[in-house]
Design a protein around this ligand. Sequence first.
Ligand SMILES: CC(C)(COP(=O)(O)OP(=O)(O)OC[C@H]1O[C@@H](n2cnc3c(N)ncnc32)[C@H](O)[C@@H]1OP(=O)(O)O)[C@@H](O)C(=O)NCCC(=O)NCCS
Length: 301
Amino acid sequence: MTLLESYTSGQTTQVQRALSAWFPAGTHPGGFGWESATDQLPSSICVARNDQGLVVGWAGMADGEGRIECGPDDASSAAVLADWLVENASGTTANVPVYHARPLVRAALTARGFRDDADAGVVAGLVHPAGDVEFDLPDGYRIRAIDPDEDTARVQVHRRAWKPLRMPYPKDILGRIDPTDESRFTAQALWVMKRTWLYDRELDLVIEAPDRSLAGCCTVWFDPETGWAEIEPLGIVPEHRRLGLATALALEACRLVGARGGHTVFINSAPLPHYPAPWETYLRAGFTPLDRGTHMTIGTD
Ligand SMILES: CC(C)(COP(=O)(O)OP(=O)(O)OC[C@H]1O[C@@H](n2cnc3c(N)ncnc32)[C@H](O)[C@@H]1OP(=O)(O)O)[C@@H](O)C(=O)NCCC(=O)NCCS
């Protein structure tokens, strides 16, 4: 039997451990940890447990965007979580990624009125084999792990890379951004992130510029149990863009993961028409697209 309970941040590690076994047919455990630390998980989440109290699935819903993840043979969790999604989508249209390797989830959603949403595109991602790859780093720049006493600069470099008005968005989107908007990454988020399962300071990378300021950052979440790592997030400060630094950071991540015995580095990116920069960057760096699933939708208006 599957029992549902509301999610609290105290359950993050248990959910991450369950996700470890399911990736890539689900969220990478590091990506979930990042979303949890930075308050980016869906506002409404339930966790499914089996008779022994083990986490066997989770579902989330926020603003019509749903998530549903459980093991491949777990029809009971698929059914209970699909019921929860329908209940929590009440009054709206809800869209959910469904992984190819989860036919029981697809069947449970179909039985409850969800249908394929071809317009929503595939459930994507990009992958690169772990291991040594040659790349150029512009003169005077250096990639290294963050220092233990560098938290303030680490928060600042993230906030500069994600300042909304300085994002490489198309002009029409930039025109709608409030110039005073700032990244939501804070010292508190970094504090939580550092205490999240799979966080490894040696894999929390920064790029030092010739003037010793930080030009970019990238957190690599390596799961030694599966050999899969996720880069989440990676950002370059505007003044240092288009020098090959994102490429260098992503490929250095591949080298470090290979050195730790990992096999593949994943980036949770998608070919977004309104924001092509990340997808284009990682493709150019040699990452290849991963087709993990499709989307289903239910309209209850
Ligand atoms: C996307 C981002 C990481 C790219 O960093 P970068 O250091 O400028 O990327 P690189 O110099 O390695 O780019 C290599 C290639 O990727 C492509 N690319 C990079 N930025 C691009 C853009 N804005 N539009 C289209 N293609 C782009 C180009 O082919 C580029 O080669 P070129 O400069 O010779 O044309 C950076 O713009 C950024 O930090 N954006 C904000 C944060 C973000 O969105 N991070 C990614 C999601 S986690």
